[in-house]
Design a protein around this ligand. Structure first.
Ligand code: ADP
Ligand code: ZN
Length: 288
């Protein structure tokens, strides 16, 4: 039995087919152009497989309310051409199988909870620190939705007194994404984040921001495991800095044996860069 999975991205679409057991049997990467060209190419790939259902993890914002007239669409995205794109409807009509949709980060934590570093957890979060910052939230054995879907990359964090950068989020300026994303690093220092690898001050500040956000996530979501990844986290030295600072910021208020071994609490993904597509295939399986 095969299940399709899609991870949409600003530059590429990853289409994959899974066996329903966490293994990927085939995949293609398709450059993200305009929907009218890109979606038919994606559909052609899935038509070569006998899939039972399709799961999509997408950049947002998304309408995930099943009773809404715009359910299944990408809403109000800055990605040119994709505003109002009916993801669920187009794939359902073309492939004739049930299609399930969630955010890219929600499917990533689903993949990690089922087959990766958070395997067996009832509550866990996936944080990506890349071009932007996104957080997928799995609580009490289900992906968290609400009024819309969580957007915890945009939580407001206290500006560090030694940081003169105004922040770059178009909506909030100095939210976490506005202060600590890859784009924020590039705008603050004038060079790509990867070029800043030997600047100790940069990673002190970055780990301060990420640790305080993570402390807030621990307090709010009570995760049993925190999976942390994305381009900026390729600076792996900041894992330990974040672990140490988060533990300090918790101030002993919550006690749990997991805090005795922070290296096993705030971790890299077990599925590497495949958390999203493995999770998308799993979403398809759950939807059937
Ligand atoms: P996206 O978020 O677009 O899916 P990535 O997770 O790869 O993509 O994140 C891209 C961001 O990560 C860019 O801002 C880039 O500058 C930054 N980045 C990539 N590699 C590194 C690195 N080795 N060290 C620090 N930042 C990096
Ligand atoms: Zn913001």
């Amino acid at each position: 039995m095969y299940y399709g999975g899609i991870e949409t991205g600003g530059t590429k679409m990853i289409c994959a087919v899974g066996d329903g057991d966490g293994n990927i049997m085939g995949r293609v990467k398709i450059p993200t152009g305009m929907p009218d060209n890109t979606i038919p190419e994606m559909i052609d790939f899935f038509k070569t497989w006998d899939i039972k259902a399709l799961g999509i993890g997408s950049f947002g914002p998304l309408d995930l309310k099943k009773n809404s007239v715009t359910y299944g669409q990408i809403l109000n995205t800055p990605k040119e051409g994709w505003d109002g794109c009916d993801l669920v409807g187009q794939f359902e009509r073309a492939l004739g199988v049930p299609v399930a949709l969630d955010t890219d980060v929600n499917v990533a934590i689903l993949g990690e909870v089922k087959y990766g570093a958070a395997k067996g957890c009832e509550s866990a979060i996936y944080i990506t620190v890349g071009t932007g910052i996104g957080v997928g939230v799995f609580v009490s054995d289900r992906l968290l939705h609400g009024l819309t879907h969580p957007e915890s990359g945009h939580i407001l964090v206290e500006r560090n007194p030694r940081d003169n950068f105004a922040g770059c989020c178009k909506c909030h300026r100095n939210c976490l994404e506005g202060l600590a994303s890859g784009v924020a690093l590039e705008k603050r220092y004038g060079v790509k984040a990867e070029k800043l690898y030997d600047r100790e001050d940069v990673w002190e500040l970055e780990s301060d921001y990420l640790a305080s956000a993570i402390t807030n996530y621990i307090l709010a979501y009570s995760p049993e495991k925190i999976v942390l990844w994305g381009g900026v986290m390729h600076q792996e030295k900041i894992f330990d800095m974040i672990r140490e600072k988060a533990k300090k910021l918790l101030g002993g208020y919550i006690t749990s044996p997991v805090f005795d071994n922070m290296a096993d609490y705030i971790v890299k993904p077990g599925l590497g860069d495949d958390s999203g597509i493995v999770g998308a295939c799993e979403l398809a399986k759950m939807g059937v």
